[in-house]
Design a binder for this molecule. Sequence first.
Ligand SMILES: *[C@@H]1O[C@H](CO)[C@@H](O)[C@H](O)[C@H]1NC(C)=O
Ligand SMILES: *[C@@H]1O[C@H](CO)[C@@H](O)[C@H](O)[C@H]1NC(C)=O
Ligand SMILES: *[C@@H]1O[C@H](CO)[C@@H](O)[C@H](O)[C@H]1NC(C)=O
Ligand SMILES: *[C@@H]1O[C@H](CO)[C@@H](O)[C@H](O)[C@H]1NC(C)=O
Ligand SMILES: *[C@@H]1O[C@H](CO)[C@@H](O)[C@H](O)[C@H]1NC(C)=O
Ligand SMILES: *[C@@H]1O[C@H](CO)[C@@H](O)[C@H](O)[C@H]1NC(C)=O
Ligand SMILES: *[C@@H]1O[C@H](CO)[C@@H](O)[C@H](O)[C@H]1NC(C)=O
Ligand SMILES: [Ca+2]
Length: 527
Amino acid sequence: MFFLKISRLWALGSLVLYWAIAVQSIQETRQSAATECSTEYFTRIAPSGIDIERVQYVTNGFFFESGNLGYPSIPLGLPYLCAIIVRNTTANYRFGMFLPNTWNSKLLTIGSYAFLGGINWLDMGSGVKYGMATLSTDTGHNTGRADMTWANTTERRVNWAYQALEVKQIQRDPNIFDGALIGAPAWDTKHLMPWLSNLARLNLPEEMPNSINNVTLFARLQAEVIRQCDHLDGVTDNIVSSTTACRDSFDITKVRCDTTTGEAACWSQQEIDTALRMYDDYVTDDGKLVYKGATHSSEGEWSTYLLPAEPENFTNNVRINFDGQYERYFMNYGPDWDIYQYNDSTVTDSEIRDETSVQATADQYDLGTFRNTGKIILYGGLADAVVPVQHTTLYYDRTVDAMGNIDNFFRYFQIPGMGHCTNTPDIVKAPWMIGGAGQAIQRPPYNSAWSVPLGFNDTQHDALLALMDWVENGNPVSKIIASEFNFTDSTMQNLVLYRQRPLCMYPRTAKWDGKGDQNIASSWECS
Ligand SMILES: *[C@@H]1O[C@H](CO)[C@@H](O)[C@H](O)[C@H]1NC(C)=O
Ligand SMILES: *[C@@H]1O[C@H](CO)[C@@H](O)[C@H](O)[C@H]1NC(C)=O
Ligand SMILES: *[C@@H]1O[C@H](CO)[C@@H](O)[C@H](O)[C@H]1NC(C)=O
Ligand SMILES: *[C@@H]1O[C@H](CO)[C@@H](O)[C@H](O)[C@H]1NC(C)=O
Ligand SMILES: *[C@@H]1O[C@H](CO)[C@@H](O)[C@H](O)[C@H]1NC(C)=O
Ligand SMILES: *[C@@H]1O[C@H](CO)[C@@H](O)[C@H](O)[C@H]1NC(C)=O
Ligand SMILES: *[C@@H]1O[C@H](CO)[C@@H](O)[C@H](O)[C@H]1NC(C)=O
Ligand SMILES: [Ca+2]
């Protein structure tokens, strides 16, 4: 997983309503679905400015778009559906839709991941199994990860930022969606990217003593965090559920080479200084908060930003490649700019270059009339260092400051022990699966998976179903039961349930009742 920016949005509305009508007509003439699912049909109903690139009636369970660099994975186990690829010729972006034969009249719009370009077929494949039509745009370019060289034109930047999603943003058009399930949002890009450039710079040059060059150091630090902080939340279960208590008391010198004996991967004082920068909020010399620091327990993900790779792994490496690309391409500094030129003035410049003509941006912290018409579930892994979760919390807190009590439409859930969007370290095994974006495909049957495995596809365990229940039936979501599974075989094809626990509406947390089985959700209360 790598730097995912995800919003799974769910709604029916204007631009997409047009296409939803197309779905409806297929639904009504199901017996002729194969005929209706044709380039001729969609060309006939398409407005001007739209090219129908491809239409395929899928009856063999999979769909493959060759040359898709951002999302090359093939969704499997698909129901009978009509797959279409459409190009908006005036704005130069494409979108794909899965229109299932058996349709429940809902549309799920799938968000995109970080700077990737391409139609997100895999998450569309999970979504269509709920019975919804699904849609994803390519955000206007076709690239793999750790690549921002495409961002050198205004059109592409604007497509990525909002235009390719057109009206599909709550803030720009509150009427378009009924609900939004949002995980690990990279909402403050203009500050997130300088934050990671700053980290990269502090960790360079590679031969200096402060530079962290060995991946085993992160696992060592994470193990020490668990050793010192697991119990601070009241339950010794390998999960650091109170990262703030850990921040207040953690003694990092316990991993320092002069205090550890016989243990692998000790830290030098200079390397510790770099680690402390990672935990600290990034505040400029003149006192301005740029970005919140990483939580204690997120160390396993630090390799994303702090570890150099061998030259052959160049494109997967943030420190060598990703850092500086934002400045070079998004900020127009040009391909020759290098990370050593970074200083706090880059932050100010990033703010200035942020498109001010856009009236509604996330840092307005006012969701306007969406409060009256829609519902939001926001979630973040408490061990997420890729989009540091404290910045997600900051967004929620500032929205409360701006709007007052927002419980009637916007609720936030932290997931202790979960990293960026998905997964948990083996030494933690925290419950994390809630049917969030990108989650189902982490567990068998992988590319054909959807929702939560072993039959937990219900409103108690699946956040998307819970959101729909809130929107459609007015049942507010106060907790979501997260699940963690064990593999029963070495080839990782089979699962048994390991443990479940409620995630609580922030700022509440899950409290053990002191007597029941800690691995069973009913032994926990939100308070
Ligand atoms: C943008 O980058 C592409 C390569 O990704 C290059 O072909 C093109 O000339 C660049 N455009 C500008 C305006 O620099
Ligand atoms: C193409 O995209 C532009 C920019 O988002 C939008 O204004 C226009 O309506 C789109 N065209 C169609 C036919 O949807
Ligand atoms: C990383 O640290 C471990 C533990 O100290 C050590 O065994 C290993 O050789 C180191 N790897 C490199 C590439 O230095
Ligand atoms: C580079 O990538 C190869 C292939 O994925 C992998 O085997 C190797 O361990 C990687 N090296 C480093 C230093 O990450
Ligand atoms: C910071 O960077 C800017 C742009 O590269 C440069 O003009 C400025 O002199 C730098 N400031 C310091 C204190 O190095
Ligand atoms: C859960 O999955 C089962 C089996 O696929 C299906 O029959 C049922 O309708 C699903 N429930 C929901 C709420 O989607
Ligand atoms: C699941 O794995 C955990 C940790 O390895 C182990 O303690 C537990 O007994 C396993 N549970 C089941 C049901 O296999
Ligand atoms: Ca604990």
